[in-house]
Design a protein around this ligand. Sequence first.
Ligand code: ZN
Length: 277
Amino acid sequence: MDHRSALADFATRHRRLFVLTGAGCSTESGIPDYRDVNGGWKRPAPVNYQAFMGEDATRRRYWARSLIGWPTMGRAQPGEAHRALARLEAAGRVEQLLTQNVDGLHDAAGSRRLIDLHGRIDTVRCMGCETRSPRAALQAELLRRNPDWAALEARAAPDGDADLDGRDFSTFDVPACPHCGGLLKPDVVFFGESVPRERVAAAHAALAAADAVLVAGSSLMVYSGFRFVQAAVAAGKPVAAVNLGRTRADELLALKVERPVGEALAELSVQLEAAPA
Ligand SMILES: [Zn+2]
């Protein structure tokens, strides 16, 4: 049996799938992956929560980089993996979709049984009054306050971080919350920050109702995602993974498919539509 039929066979035997997705689902949408095929860092790690909350300089640097990177993120469109998972959900195959991505592309593709484990980059949260606001609105304010950076934004490469090495962030003007003067933070879980407890509980409840786990486009190097695979295995639920390169869970997998995730999931959705359970 080749990998194609093995994956379809897995999904046929385990009808209610708990799907866990990662950066590999979004790379074809132009959103850079932070890890290489061996699970190591390709680039410096994203900002740390304690540094962001505690250091003015870290916040200036973060928002300056974010100003440059946002247009790429804001323009990104769902890819084949997002569309295939939305079709699988419509066909009743997805008990829960849990994504480690913060790009909102599963939502944009139409997935509704969705938990954004690490939050959403298109939303800004005030750490003082908890008001949420659109990231796009903050972009306009950042550009208004920092006209020199606006010129840089206009000609930035898709991976805008590269243009910023050695720049002086000390004059970058970061707005405070217009309601309470509080500190603004993207509504995503940073490194060193905990995932909200109720979000983790909702995901574990969905896992308990599922027959099996399908990991799609994730190396599972971040523990907040990996722990759901550990929990599935402890509960006797089989785990399959579609990922190019090794994953932290390779020894725990019932099935490993090393193919591009969009291609493999698109094929799976067609195969299941052709042979409904
Ligand atoms: Zn506020």
